[in-house]
Design a protein around this ligand. Structure first.
Ligand code: GRG
Length: 285
């Protein structure tokens, strides 16, 4: 459902922006990701009692922000990578100029997708405003941008555990927590349910990045669809460095268990969210 919607937006953008710029945006939107954030939005919405098909458009808005972050993360001035989602990174497939522009262009596209989602779900301006604040503050300096900035600033320096938690919660955890909160907001759930979904998301978000640290040393580039061993090459601090592979795996599993427990304590039992928490720490790609 979400892939289809991303494909529609990719087509619109390619019409608006002729040439390589539009093609680069379409390429970034159409590449086949795992759509974990999309699955979290849709499952959180269901857990909060929502039942509108338009939630897939909310999920597409989150995946659009995520797609931009991957394009820019792979640039030579950031993690400088050649492979993403089993394909050449956007700046390798096109060039740095088009990839930089494509990334920036995707941010207002995400806002348009979110607005279209609110209209489809029949949500009012106040709810759309809360959803936009949730998505773009998670994507901003208090979240993803801030975490990425810390991550880049800390290359070649050994971070301690609290510093590493701040990097991981920001660059990866914030958008994942927002995915869950957005599901609750779109269902117009009570504040305590939204807080519980957000707390679940924050824990699985940190667990997701810990699992990523583990996979970077245990999986192959073929399995990951991106270059394995990149953290060591870039001299990044990781959970594996601080706790070892087994210690990092234990920490990720404990966070996933706590995430599900927190939901149960708030009266939000969801087999989909429990399955996703488990998948996030046992995935092989
Ligand atoms: C201005 C400093 C500054 C930053 C710009 C580029 C950026 C903002 C942030 C990068 C955030 C980022 C890419 C974090 C890594 C998150 C992560 C683990 C991505 C991989 O997610 P998956 O495995 O990917 O869900 P797929 O391909 O399955 O969607």
């Amino acid at each position: 459902m979400v892939d289809r919607r991303l494909g529609v937006w990719a087509g619109r953008v390619a019409d608006w922006l002729p040439g390589d710029d539009g093609a680069a945006v379409a390429y970034a939107l159409n590449t086949p990701g795992k759509r974990v954030r999309a699955a979290l939005v849709i499952s959180a919405y269901g857990a909060a009692g929502g039942d509108g098909a338009g939630i897939a458009e909310v999920a597409a808005a989150v995946e659009t922000v995520h797609a931009y972050s991957l394009v820019h993360d792979d640039l030579p001035c950031m993690d400088d990578d050649d492979l993403r989602r089993g394909r050449p990174t956007t700046h390798r497939r096109f060039d740095v100029r088009s990839a930089v522009r494509a990334g920036y262009f995707l941010v207002p596209v995400a806002a348009l997708v979110l607005a279209a989602a609110a209209e489809e779900l029949g949500l009012g301006a106040a709810t759309l405003g809360r959803m936009a604040a949730e998505l773009f503050s998670a994507g901003g300096v208090e979240g993803m941008v801030g975490g990425q900035w810390l991550d880049l600033e800390a290359e070649q320096r050994q971070l301690d555990l609290p510093e590493l938690v701040a990097v991981h919660r920001g660059k990866t955890g914030a958008l994942i927590a927002a995915s869950c909160a957005l599901g609750g907001l779109a269902a117009e759930a009570p504040a305590d349910a939204i807080a519980a979904l957000s707390a679940y998301g924050a824990d699985v978000g940190l667990a997701f990045q810990i699992a990523d640290d583990v996979l970077d040393v245990t999986a192959t580039s073929d399995q990951l669809g991106k270059t394995a061993g990149r953290d060591e090459a870039l001299q990044k601090s990781t959970y594996v460095q601080l706790l070892g592979v087994d210690g990092a795996r234990r920490e990720a599993s404990a966070l996933a268990r706590r995430a599900v427990h927190q939901l149960a304590c708030a009266g939000l039992e969801s087999s989909a969210l429990a399955t996703l928490a488990d998948y996030i720490v046992t995935r092989q790609s």
